[in-house]
Design a binder for this molecule. Structure first.
Ligand code: EPU
Length: 436
């Protein structure tokens, strides 16, 4: 298994290109099950994207990546996309409708095939995703919405079986603004008969990106990015070329790295507005950010100040940045606290950070950070994607050597993070666990 070996304390300087967004690319890729053909650029080269492509191929789609992934052929340039930009997807000649357990269990976002399969093939058999380390993560809201739209759903032997004679537009009021739930319903509604209105919809920028992509294909969607989305069904979707939005969580992770250790770090290929809540928190902790067109420059905060925050659905501070902000809080002057309101068990990284010298106590859904700690390198274990990123950031600021184990989690959602950090001056190497 791969691990990262990090020697902490080295300053970061330079420019880093932020990759395409994982959480925008995945629903856009799954929407290919709605039929027709299209091409995409700025798709990040990630394990979750590869899993999605594998699943889509099993569901009968034809996919080509052009040219072949550069990382394997020409080596890595941190300022260029790893996949030289073009992914083409079209329908094949068969129409299977089953998403098997072996793939779904490795990636919960596989449930995003349900809406488009029902809409286009009128049938879907999808392994029920189990709980995961960060929470139980049920998909009851997705299923209730599909039932309201005219699907018959049963669950047997760990599989969701769904079928319909044709989805009907409906009024869907979500009890919570679920992100993939909103995306799944939006995709199903695009080909449904009549109008669907989603109220209390999630407002994340990735939902807006999916809507922009579908609208470019001829879908009729208004209100994406607000809490009410209206979709009028169409017969079919047109071909299009589309470029996926930047990854705001990768961007946020590099901003925190810069706040910890940056002499001057510029992240490029970004926009500041989807990063507002992250920038606001960094500014409140003492950062001075320069916003340019398509780029943001930030340097280390000399004397970071502690603060209290809650993770919230967009436009609030993202749960996907909670693990990464903790190392900054750990070294800040004064106490901080984080209330995690989105997932019930997303503090698994805290024990590992405490082993590195942080002083963080968990009380239910709240992490109380004492502040003023000096972190020391240690061998630590990553338990999920964002937790791994938090531990890498802790390793960058820690004195001495840190080994972050099980970094396969980080490869699900960060494109060559160690190479990007190394290009900025960090001492970080990918190694085999336990290698000398
Ligand atoms: N929930 C339900 N029932 C449902 C759906 C959700 O109870 O039917 C609950 C969940 O258990 C959770 C809360 O609602 O407590 C929010 O879940 P949501 O459905 O919004 O999360 P998600 O769609 O499963 C997406 C991202 C996550 C990100 C969350 C919150 C993708 C592929 N995943 O998950 O990203 O943390 O929204 O912003 O877009 C990550 O990238 O590391 C990641 C976990």
């Amino acid at each position: 298994m791969d691990a990262f070996r990090i020697v902490g304390g080295h300053p970061l300087r330079g420019t880093v290109r932020i990759s395409g967004s994982k959480n925008a690319a995945l629903p856009i890729l799954f929407s290919s099950l709605l039929g027709g053909s299209f091409s995409l650029s700025n798709v990040p080269c990630l394990r979750d994207v590869k899993t999605t492509l594998l699943l889509l191929e099993q569901l009968g789609l034809k996919i080509s990546v052009r040219p072949e992934p550069l990382a394997e052929s020409k080596g890595f340039d941190h300022n260029e996309p790893i996949w030289s930009d073009l992914l083409e997807i079209s329908e094949g000649t068969t129409s299977p409708f089953e998403a098997p357990y072996d793939l779904v269990r490795t990636m919960r976002a596989s449930v995003l095939c349900l809406g488009p399969l029902l809409a286009r093939r009128k049938r879907a058999r999808v392994s029920l995703p189990g709980g995961c380390l960060i929470g139980a993560r049920p998909i009851d809201m997705h299923l209730k919405a599909f039932e309201r739209m005219g699907a018959r759903i049963t669950i047997h032997h760990g599989y969701i079986d769904a079928e319909t004679d044709g989805l009907e537009g409906s009024e869907i009021s979500l009890p919570y603004p679920t992100v993939t739930g909103t995306e799944n319903i939006m995709m199903a509604a695009v080909l449904a008969r009549g109008t669907t209105t989603i109220t209390n919809a999630a407002e994340e920028p990735e939902i807006v990106d999916l809507a922009n992509f579908l609208v470019a294909r001829g879908a009729r969607i208004t209100g994406a990015g607000t809490s009410t989305i209206r979709i009028v069904g169409v017969e079919r979707l047109d071909p299009v070329h589309y470029s996926v939005m930047f990854d705001r969580i990768e961007a946020g992770t590099f901003l925190v790295a810069a706040a910890l250790l940056g002499e001057e770090v510029t992240i490029r290929e970004v926009e500041s507005s989807p990063l507002s809540s992250i920038l606001d928190v960094l500014k409140a902790m003492g950062a001075e950010a320069e916003i340019h067109t398509g780029a943001i420059t930030l340097g280390a905060i000399r004397r970071p100040r502690g603060l209290s925050l809650r993770t919230l659905p967009y436009p609030g501070f993202p749960t996907d940045m909670q693990a990464q902000i903790l190392p900054l809080m750990a070294i800040a002057e004064g106490p901080s606290s984080v209330v995690e309101t989105v997932f019930e068990n997303r503090f698994t990284h805290v024990m590992e950070m405490n082993r590195m010298g942080a002083n963080i106590e968990i009380h239910g859904s709240q992490a109380m950070v004492r502040g003023g700690s000096r972190l020391e390198g240690a061998a630590v274990m990553a338990s999920d994607l964002r937790a791994s990123a938090g531990l890498v950031l802790a390793g960058l600021i820690a004195e001495g050597e840190t080994e972050v184990r099980r970094v396969y989690h980080i490869d699900r959602g960060y494109e060559a993070i160690e190479k990007k950090l190394e290009a900025l001056g960090a001492r970080i190497k990918r190694i085999q666990e336990d290698s000398p």
